[in-house]
Ligand binder design. Structure first.
Ligand code: PHB
Length: 402
C-alpha cells in the first residue's frame, strides 16, 4: 500500500481512538483572557501573522504548529501559562510598523512571533531591535533579518530566502542546464531567492538569461509566460507561495509550457498547496528544508499529532511554527521563564540542537537555521524527498554584527 494511504489509515484510527485535539481547542478559547501582571502572570505572546490575503493559509499553519508544541508541553512554556494576542498583518509592509508597535507598546507582549512576508518581517526586526523585545521569525526569509539587522534578541526558525534558491541553483547546474529564466514577485523574498539561485547556478557554469518579475501579490502571469515561450530557456526557476503559487502552477500548465520547459522552484511553490494545484503540479522539482516523507521518527510523530489535532496534513509552515515554539521553550528554559534575560536566552539557543521534524538543526552565529535542503519531486500530491541537495547549508549572514 502507498505510504500516504498507510499514514491516512493511521490518522483515521487515531481520530477514532482519542480526541486530544479537543485540548488544543479548549486552550485556544481560553487564550484571549486578559491577565494581571504579576510574578505568576501568563507569558504574553504576540502573533503577528497574515489571517487574510495570499498568505492567509500559511499564517494558520504556523499558528497551528506553534500551539501543537505548546499543547504537548501541557499548555505551558518553561512552566508559564500562555496568553496569545493576535494581529492580522495582511502581508502588508506599509502597515507593519504600526502593527508591531501595537503589540510591543500597547499590549506589552513578552515575545513576538511573526511573520510570513519578508517586507513585514523587516519592519518587525527594526522594532524588535529598538525595543529589545524577543522576536522569533517563523517563516519570512528576508536575508537582512539575520544579516545587517541581526540582534541578540532576534531568531529565525525557518530559513533565509537565499538557502533554497542556492540549493536549486546547484541542482540545475548539475542537470546540465545552461540558460535559465527566473520569474517571481518583485520584493525581498523573490529577489533574494533568485540571488541564491544565481549564486549556485553560475558557480556550476549556468547563466540566468532573464529575470522576470511582477509586483506582489499580482497573479496576471500571461504576458510573462508568453515572454518565456519566446526566450526558449532550458528551464524556468521560480519563487511563488500561497494562493499565488497555485495560480502560477496552473497557468504554467495551461499555457502548454510545462510540456517543453521544466519548471523548478523554491519549495514554497508546492508546499501546503498541492491539493489546490492538483495534477498540474505533478513532477515539479523544488528545494526546501522539509519534505512529506522524511521517515524520521520525530517527523512521523509530529505528522500524526498534527493530523489528529487539526484533521489536516502539516506542511513546512506548520513545522516552522512548531519549531518557533520549541526554540522559545529552549531559550526560556535557560532563563527560568524570564523573557528579559536576552543574554542567557541567546546563549542557550546558540548551543542548542533543535529537534525539528525536518531533521535536527543548529543556529548560525546570526541566528538562522543551518540545515539540510532537500530536493523534492511532486508525486501524487506529495513533495517526495529525492535526497539532500545541500547538506547543513548556512546562510552567509553577511553584514551581521552583534
Ligand atoms: C517571504 O516573504 O519571505 C516568504 C513568503 C512566503 C513563503 C516564503 C517566504 O512561502
Amino acid at each position: 500500500m502507498h505510504k500516504r494511504n498507510l499514514l491516512n489509515l493511521g490518522i483515521t484510527f487515531a481520530l477514532l481512538s482519542s480526541t486530544p485535539f479537543l485540548g488544543i481547542q479548549a486552550q485556544a478559547q481560553s487564550q484571549a483572557q486578559p491577565q494581571a501582571q504579576s510574578s505568576g502572570a501568563k507569558l504574553k505572546i504576540g502573533f503577528m501573522l497574515p489571517a487574510t490575503g495570499t498568505y492567509a493559509a500559511l499564517g494558520t499553519a504556523i499558528d497551528n504548529g506553534f500551539r501543537l508544541y505548546v499543547a504537548e508541553q501541557g499548555g505551558k512554556i518553561a512552566g508559564r501559562e500562555i496568553e496569545y494576542v493576535r494581529v492580522d498583518d495582511e502581508s502588508d509592509p506599509s502597515k507593519a510598523a504600526d502593527n508591531v508597535n501595537k503589540l510591543i507598546k500597547r499590549d506589552n507582549v513578552d515575545v513576538i512571533i511573526g511573520s510570513v512576508h519578508s517586507g513585514v518581517a523587516m519592519a518587525m526586526a527594526k522594532a524588535a531591535k529598538e525595543s529589545g523585545t524577543l522576536l522569533i521569525v517563523p517563516n519570512a526569509g528576508a536575508v537582512a533579518v539575520t544579516g545587517p539587522m541581526c540582534a541578540p534578541n532576534i531568531f529565525r526558525s525557518s530559513f533565509s530566502n537565499w538557502q533554497p534558491g542556492y540549493a536549486m541553483g546547484e541542482v540545475a547546474a548539475k542537470k546540465g542546464h545552461k540558460r535559465i529564466v527566473t520569474i517571481t514577485w518583485k520584493y525581498a523574498a523573490g529577489e533574494e531567492t533568485m540571488k541564491g539561485f544565481k549564486d549556485g547556478f553560475e558557480k556550476g557554469g549556468g547563466a540566468v538569461i532573464k529575470d522576470l518579475t511582477l509586483p506582489f501579490p499580482n497573479v496576471e502571469f500571461q504576458a510573462l509566460l508568453t515572454e518565456i515561450a519566446s526566450l526558449k530557456p532550458d528551464a524556468v526557476f521560480t519563487f511563488f507561495a500561497g494562493a499565488g503559487a497555485v495560480k502560477f502552477v496552473k497557468d504554467y500548465a495551461a499555457s502548454g509550457l510545462k510540456k517543453s520547459i521544466p519548471l523548478y522552484g523554491s519549495g514554497f511553490l508546492t508546499d501546503g498547496v498541492l491539493d489546490a494545484e492538483g495534477a498540474d503540479a505533478d513532477g515539479i522539482l523544488t528545494t526546501l528544508h522539509y519534505a512529506d516523507n522524511l521517515n524520521f521518527k520525530r517527523d512521523q510523530s509530529f505528522r500524526l499529532a498534527y493530523a489528529k489535532a487539526y484533521k489536516l496534513q502539516p506542511d513546512v509552515y506548520a513545522v516552522q511554527g512548531y519549531d518557533a515554539a520549541q526554540m522559545l521553550g529552549i531559550g526560556l528554559g535557560a532563563t527560568k521563564g524570564d523573557p528579559k534575560n536576552i543574554s542567557d536566552f541567546a546563549q542557550a539557543l546558540r548551543k542548542a540542537k533543535i529537534d525539528s521534524p525536518r531533521g535536527a538543526f543548529t543556529l548560525s552565529s546570526s541566528h538562522n537555521p543551518v540545515q539540510d535542503i532537500y530536493l523534492r519531486r511532486v508525486v501524487d500530491k506529495e513533495n517526495v524527498n529525492e535526497g539532500v541537495a545541500s547538506k547543513a547549508l548556512a546562510d552567509p549572514g553577511l553584514g551581521c554584527k552583534m
